[in-house]
Design a protein around this ligand. Sequence first.
Ligand code: ACM
Length: 767
Amino acid sequence: MKFFTSKHLSFKLIALLIFSSIINAAAQESARYPLIPYPAKLIAGKGAFIITSKTNIVTAPQFKGEADELNDLLSKGFGKKLSITKNAQPHAIKLVYAAALTAPEAYRLTVTAQRVIIGAKDPAGVFHAIETIRQLLPVSVEEGTANKQLSLPAVAIEDHPAYEWRGMHLDVSRHFFSINYLEKFIDRMALYKMNKLHLHLTDDQGWRIEIKKYPKLTEEGAWRTFNNQDSACMKRAVDNPDFNIDKEHIIQRDGKTLYGGFYTQEEMKGVIAYAAARHIDIIPEIDMPGHMMAAINAYPFLTCNDENKFGTLFSKPICPCNENTFEFAENVFNEIMEIFPSKYIHIGGDEVDRSDWAKSDACKALMQKEGIKDLPALQSYFINRMEKFFNSKGRKMIGWDEIIEGGVTKTAIIMYWRTWVPDAPVKAAKNGNTVIMTPGEPLYFDAQPDQYSVYKVYHFNPIPKALNKQEAKTIIGAQANIWTEMIPSEKRADYMYMPRMTALAEMLWTNDQNKYDSYTKRLVQQYNRMDALKINYRLPDLPGLLNEYVFTGEGKLSIARPLPNLSIRYTTDGLPPTTTSPELPSPLTISKSELVKVAAFTPAGIRGDIYSLNYTQQQMLGPVKIAPPKPGLACSYYKAYFKETALMRNAKVDSTFITDKIEVPSTVKAPSFGINYKGYIDVPADGIYSFYLTCDDGGVLRIGNNITVNNDGNHSAQERSGQIALKMGAHPFALDFIEGGGGFKLLLKYSVNGSEPKEIPVGWLKH
Ligand code: ACM
């Protein structure tokens, strides 16, 4: 029997075999080395180094602290410490000074059956190697189980980070987090090789760090009666207990229930030391001149006019026109600099309602005396003076990107956050400022995560396209921010940043988007470690679900489990699924219109997101007769701002056009606008058609005069989906789309009878 009929076929087969063996090797590699972030270079080895309680740690003197860290990690696995020595030992883990590894934070890790060698020039490099070892060890090492031995797979790694700033931010003002939680947070950052923790210590809602010269900042400013954010959280706690406010931060004082807390200087020094041992720098932010209500309540002299209230958008700031303000600010920062050794100090500088400055005689006089032309320049006067003060103490100032508005020095470091001002980091970089990227989309981790958020973080490029190679060097990295207005508990915080932080960590360290598929596989293994660490991470999404379903005879629902150890449970009574709800059969048969709620659960009972699947029984919609159809949709363009699509109906049409594709014409330049696409969709066969509408801002799709997908309102890019049962032929089609400002996205895909979503064929759209 002849297997190969031609040379060509055998070549193809060999190529296929080679290709599939590469894919296999890659899959085996992510299973054996489930590292996040993935190293710059990894060569798989055979066999393993077996660590027992007799294994020695041999260290160069400069890495003694890191040897202790390694010992702490291993002793958790054995229940006892290993011995650390300077002298060569046969079966040892060696920490070696390697002068040639000059890249910051670089390390080399060689594991063979005989020995483990960590080489680095920099103690941070050794520490990162230890975290790599941690991720290669079984998860039992996290659980404090008494192991007899731990197996470390053989490997050769050479590694260093792509970016210098790999940051996380935590707002401890809107809701307060304990020292214990800060240490957990630091430990998780260290596990994924993040190196900067930015603490937002003060805001309108609470002052969280002891300042000895101004005791009322914490005596009064650290406590509040429940505010509107607390009550919004309490409302959500009815369905999700993670929104319950952590009880340890609620006290009774003078017959009042108060929420809050603060860190004493000694406590904070302890946290800083804990972070420093893990090579994480803590950057304090004292937000000025806005976001200062907590301080102003305690020290009203800080304002221009003794008033302390909210302006139109933001709270009223402190007054940059009184010397008393500078004295206060310098005294506060003097103490901050004594507590925090970081070379960076964050002054905030965002969201300032400057209107009271314009009314102040002191400001009028100062502006005249100093030749300050307008209010943004007055803010720059404050910021630039504070920067000089920081610099005189050997520190560098960071500010949110608003600080460039009134003119900024070249030495200030700009933290970019306003996604809707895309040229801010470009201007700053071209001005020569160092820039840290924290754009709201996708790096505000207080934004509700969804099935796209991990992907978006992984694929975020910190370098704006408009920068050349030289200018790009001013971008030193990126950071995710966690604003906690709606994050009142540690569990909710865990859910918001995990697993997104792992995607950020790999983007900033490995910086290789081709590794996304392997990252998702490695992440599946990381969930086991997160379970062992009791991290309340967001469970992976249930795949392929829509928001609205229709069926004609019977509906069938089956859902693949995204992780093997998850169970999927459901309800049909409108209540959220719990661990006692029935498991979803495969499939669940649906015979009447009803709401099915589903959620995944871990064996420990952690619940994933609840999906509300609305099933509607429908007749197949018959086609309409249309006069000889013309290709494309007839569109009306409205150059105005709309909060929701229905408001377009009463507006004046600006222009009209025909298009055979659902997209915004390149001629549209207005920041805010609306477009109505109208005509028919001519489908080639009977079927249940699904539509997926991604909009930034809002959109509503109607087919056959029914709302098929409702994705209305002003919001960032999000997908909503729905179905309709259509008979072959033409059906009325209308899509309303609105953009409020700050960049848009519009994408419509379809699938039929469960096929892969794709773009609507050009020939289907008519008018
Ligand atoms: C910010 O989100 N206001 C920096």
